[in-house]
Write a protein that binds this ligand. Structure first.
Ligand SMILES: Cc1cc2nc3c(=O)[nH]c(=O)nc-3n(C[C@H](O)[C@H](O)[C@H](O)COP(=O)(O)OP(=O)(O)OC[C@H]3O[C@@H](n4cnc5c(N)ncnc54)[C@H](O)[C@@H]3O)c2cc1C
Length: 393
């Protein structure tokens, strides 16, 4: 049996950053980082710009958290292409798909998310892509060569980013969305409409329809909509959201349907077992209640805190305002605060057609969130301070 001081499950940005942070406080403890993918830990948020970048072979190297030497130098045993198949909480044992067993003193779970697949006919046909990993993006890059008619199904961040990236390459792209406007679940109706028109002006129309299924013998031929239309399509990208990767801890207290519950220190009820990133269901110190984020900024901040706390040499609370950013065409959007409910009232500062502009979203008198478009980093920091101030008791 292999014995380790620290086991980190999941080699995404969460897992890699936990290793980085714990090494600051414990330079000697033995660490194993296990990840199912074959690539070194990388930033998924950089996949579109790096993998699809035209004619820049160096762009891909920008995605990695660290070069391979970093893991060697920092004595992080990195086991790629390896799945943790069993996790015994009581005995502090993890079984790998290689048959090896790791006994650990402390652990951080960082298994991230997987793409939610639609429960419709034909969802497994060829030429239907689900984008999560570097491998998925490399496959997309190969498959778009010569494609004339690409449909992106969804209306959220990944759908918008994929559409913008492919359109920038000169491809014909259509968004098929069950809502009439992009990002409608987060924005005020006018801004969502403006963004949808902006996409249309860039050559990406939005077709307001609900997916009913896919047709084709082995590869996609048509997309069926709930209203009975059959639309010819050569390639479809399904971007209908993600769900936390909790199979490993299913049916245990660490695998509640909405994430792995952790306290303010990102530790679970099982002492010495922490969770970060897309799977962590954490107490929201600013808005109250519990929250799970599916964004890289929060993952990175959690991993820095959990890595330090794992060592026992530091005890930090995790307190961060929800924040994420998304770049589409020449527009960078920063979402600062809570966008989980449609705003009751909103105020726009500036002109949407001449960014920068800012939208403030309110529930009653309370400022809940701010959307900033093409604003400076200082303006984003000021927006964070403004939202936090509005929630000081
Ligand atoms: C294409 C794309 C673009 C994105 N763009 C943005 C953006 O612009 N802004 C933003 O804020 N967020 C963005 N995100 C979301 C962001 O990437 C995630 O929030 C972030 O990656 C979460 O990090 P994580 O470490 O928790 O999980 P992940 O990055 O999902 O990594 C988890 C890793 O654990 C592995 N794993 C799972 N189970 C096991 C197991 N049992 N054994 C071993 N390994 C396991 C998985 O294979 C995976 O490699 C994007 C995501 C995608 C897919």
């Amino acid at each position: 049996m292999i014995q380790r001081d620290y086991l980190i499950v999941g080699a995404g940005i969460g897992g890699a950053t936990v290793c980085e942070s714990l090494r600051e406080y414990d330079p000697k403890g033995s660490v194993t980082l296990v990840g199912y993918e074959s690539a070194l830990p990388y930033h998924r948020s950089r996949l579109f710009s790096s993998v699809l970048a035209k004619g820049d072979p160096k762009a891909l190297s920008n995605i990695y958290c660290h070069p391979p030497e970093w893991y060697v130098k920092n004595k992080i045993e990195l086991r790629l292409e390896t799945l943790v198949t069993q996790f015994n909480i009581g005995r502090r044992i993890a079984v790998l798909n290689t048959g090896q067993v790791i006994e650990f003193r402390k652990c951080c779970l960082a298994m991230g998310s997987r793409v939610r697949r639609p429960q419709v006919a034909g969802a497994n046909l060829g030429k239907i892509l689900y984008l999560r990993s570097l491998r998925d993006l490399l496959a997309l890059k190969e498959m778009i060569v010569g494609e004339k008619n690409i449909f992106i199904i969804g209306g959220g961040f990944i759908a918008a980013e994929a559409a913008a990236a492919l359109r920038t390459l000169g491809l014909k792209v259509t968004l098929l969305c069950s809502q009439p406007a992009l990002w409608q679940q987060w924005l005020d109706p006018e801004t969502a409409r403006w963004l949808t028109e902006f996409f249309a002006a860039k050559g990406v129309p939005l077709l307001h329809a609900t997916l009913n299924g896919f047709e084709g013998k082995t590869v996609l031929r048509n997309i069926q909509t709930k209203s009975g239309d059959r639309i010819a399509a050569e390639l479809a990208i399904v971007a209908g959201g993600v769900e936390p990767n909790l199979g490993l801890v299913a049916n245990t207290p660490l695998g509640s349907p909405n994430g792995t519950p952790v306290n303010d220190y990102l530790e679970t009820d099982e002492k010495g077992i922490f969770a970060v990133g897309d799977i962590a269901l954490y107490p929201d110190a600013i808005f109250g209640g519990v929250r799970r984020s599916e964004h890289c900024e929060i993952t990175l901040e959690q991993a820095r805190v959990a890595g330090a706390n794992l060592t026992g040499k530091k005890r930090q609370r995790f307190k961060a305002l929800p924040h994420n950013s998304c770049t589409v065409f020449n527009l960078r959007f920063d979402f600062v605060g809570d966008f989980s409910q449609a705003p009751v009232r909103y105020e726009i500062q500036g002109d949407r057609d001449k960014p920068p502009f800012t939208a403030r979203y309110f529930q009653g008198p309370k400022l809940m969130g701010m959307l900033l478009c093409n604003s400076s980093p200082e303006a984003v920091e000021n927006a964070k301070a403004e939202v936090i101030l509005a929630h000081k008791h």
